[in-house]
Design a protein around this ligand. Structure first.
Ligand code: GLY
Length: 563
């Protein structure tokens, strides 16, 4: 009897193994899907789709809702990038990255001795670029959406004015930042409680934010970039040593730009161009990796990680040297995303690691903030939208605009604060991303749409994570295209990260076995830190079975919602 029971248990365990080894199924739907870092914001987007709105309508509604329910990175005081595929085949992007104010200057974050002061570029009003999110989202809505501002903004207004129930993670986030919030009266008022901490189940009401959103709903851009809200921003900026003026705000314009296009194993990549480095770096890496076949290389093997890491070293070195706002600096975009450059890099990849110092003498960028947020949307009409948006640090510079209720970004930190400094080799770096008035700071955000051979959207993907955005998006794509994973598996799978400098491969928990580490070390790779890499939000469309699959990253707390 005992033996029978033991065998029965063993049988149960054995038949369970394939399930244990697999991620849960992605969320499935037939008509539309929204995946974002906030379950409430995803539902706002899906409701818009259900009412007949298109993916652009849903993306804009989700974006405004995130400014209420996910103020860690969702915003109206920051900026972002939107990549759009329209059912008529058009691919386009909207750049609503923040800009340096007119009075910004190259050395504004250096002290009297020419030393970079991190607190200047990350804290206080000087750290804020001119916000672009409102202008960018309204531009998208007016040009490519079908619904009114009223319909699109109303859900966010309701969430702000009636409040929403906070979950334990959001309560935890607010409590974690309590000390920083308390530095600013306006922030303290909304995001802290006097004698106690926030707990899950509480209602968070944001009356001032609701007022600002109403003003945007009523008069559009002028409700933010002119009049009362603009006055509040400019007045508080000036009173606290910041540079953003009324003119800076009224002059802000989003820019519609041609996307970065690439082809990877017959899949068309549509991604974001400068001032983001994301699309160029992604396509440069894919062009090079296309020269390798991973069929015989097991996923996660040392040989796979070595090959991808070697390619990434060249890609990130090129990024440090050549990338910045193309309106100010001649980025050699055509060369960077050419198949020739991909082949050139592939030819340099051997069995032994090339030390990063031998690859380029450019100045590596300083540490980039890893908080940002991504959302992916598809509708039933054949449109797809991929948006990454940010305040830079978690809760930006933590300053709520008093009377307007939203948090300002600290995106000025994404510029090279001290370009042109001779490094130990006497070479200059970071020029492409130096601070100049009205220039947009370099970003790593990589909102991406992948089209199938019939030019239909097959995958929508993106992630937060600073420089790890690029490696996160790249690996999710490789997991799907080269290793046939579904979108949940592709997002769940442990990732690694190499960014040329520091010369090391970072990895995730359980992401690299000791054997693999030993083999990589033998090849000359340096094993870096264990840490969380990215939080992707993705969608895949299966046209054969008419199923839309959505997946939110288990590293975050978002949700895929479809209908
Ligand atoms: N601040 C994050 C990024 O733009 O990449």
């Amino acid at each position: 009897m005992q033996t029978y029971f033991r065998n029965f248990l063993l049988f149960i365990i054995l038949i369970s193994i394939p399930f244990l080894a697999k991620s849960k199924d992605p969320v499935r739907a037939n008509n539309g899907m929204v995946v974002s870092a906030s379950d409430i914001a995803s539902l706002v987007g899906v409701e818009i789709l259900e009412k007949g709105g298109n993916a652009i309508d849903a993306a804009v509604a989700t974006g405004f809702a995130l400014a209420v329910t996910y103020p860690q990175a969702g915003n109206i005081g920051g900026g972002g990038f939107m990549v759009i595929h329209l059912e008529d085949g058009t691919n386009t992007t909207i750049d609503y990255r923040e800009k340096a104010p007119q009075t910004a200057f190259r050395d504004m974050f250096l002290n009297k001795n020419g030393k970079f002061v991190l607190a200047k570029s990350t804290e206080g009003w000087l750290s804020s670029g001119i916000p672009g999110s409102v202008a960018g989202m309204l531009y998208a809505l007016e040009k490519y959406g079908t619904m009114t501002r009223d319909e699109i903004l109303q859900p966010a207004i309701k969430l702000a004015s009636n409040g929403f129930i906070i979950d334990y993670r959001f309560a935890e986030a607010l409590n974690d930042y309590k000390k920083e919030f308390e530095r600013y009266k306006s922030t303290k008022k909304i995001f802290t409680k006097t004698d106690e901490d926030f707990t899950e189940g509480e209602l968070l009401v944001q009356k001032d934010l609701a007022k600002t959103l109403r003003s945007i709903k009523l008069i559009g851009n002028d409700g933010f970039y002119k009049g009362e809200v603009a006055n509040l921003i400019a007045k508080q900026s000036k009173a606290n040593g910041g540079f953003i003026s009324i003119e800076d705000l009224s002059n802000y314009k989003p820019i519609e730009r041609a996307p970065i296009l690439g082809l990877y194993r017959n899949n068309k990549i549509v991604s974001m161009g400068p001032p983001s480095s994301g699309g160029i770096a992604l396509v440069e890496a894919l062009n090079s990796l296309e020269m390798f076949s991973f069929e015989n290389k097991a996923w996660g093997s040392s040989s796979y990680i070595h090959t991808v890491s070697e390619v990434l070293k060249y890609v990130f070195a090129d990024r440090a040297e050549h990338l910045g706002d193309m309106d100010f600096y001649p980025v050699p975009q055509k060369w960077l995303i050419s198949k020739e450059r991909g082949k050139e890099i592939a030819a340099l990849v051997g069995d032994k690691a090339i030390p990063s110092n031998k690859i380029s003498h450019a100045n590596p960028p300083a540490k980039e903030s890893e908080e940002t947020t991504h959302f992916s949307v598809v509708d039933s009409y054949g449109n797809a939208v991929s948006v990454t948006t940010t305040l830079n640090s978690t809760f930006g510079n933590k300053i709520v605009v008093s009377g307007a209720g939203f948090i300002m970004n600290n995106e000025m930190d994404d510029f090279s604060a001290k370009p042109g400094t001779s490094n130990q080799y006497g070479l200059l770096g970071g020029e492409a991303n130096s601070i100049e008035p009205n220039k947009r700071m370099l970003s790593a955000m990589t909102p991406t749409i992948i089209l199938n051979s019939e030019d239909k959207p097959f995958m929508v993907i993106g992630s937060p994570g600073g420089s790890t955005i690029i490696t996160t998006v790249l690996q999710v794509i490789l997991n799907v295209i080269d290793f046939n994973m579904d979108i949940q598996e592709a997002i769940d799978a442990p990732r690694f990260h190499h960014q040329w400098k520091p010369d090391r491969i970072d990895f995730e928990h359980y992401g690299m076995t000791e054997d693999v580490k030993k083999n990589l070390s033998r090849k000359g790779q340096f094993i870096g830190k264990e840490r969380v890499l990215g939080r992707a939000e993705g969608i895949i469309i299966d046209y054969k079975n008419n199923i839309i699959w959505g997946a939110s990253d288990p590293r975050g707390y978002g949700e895929a919602a479809g209908y």
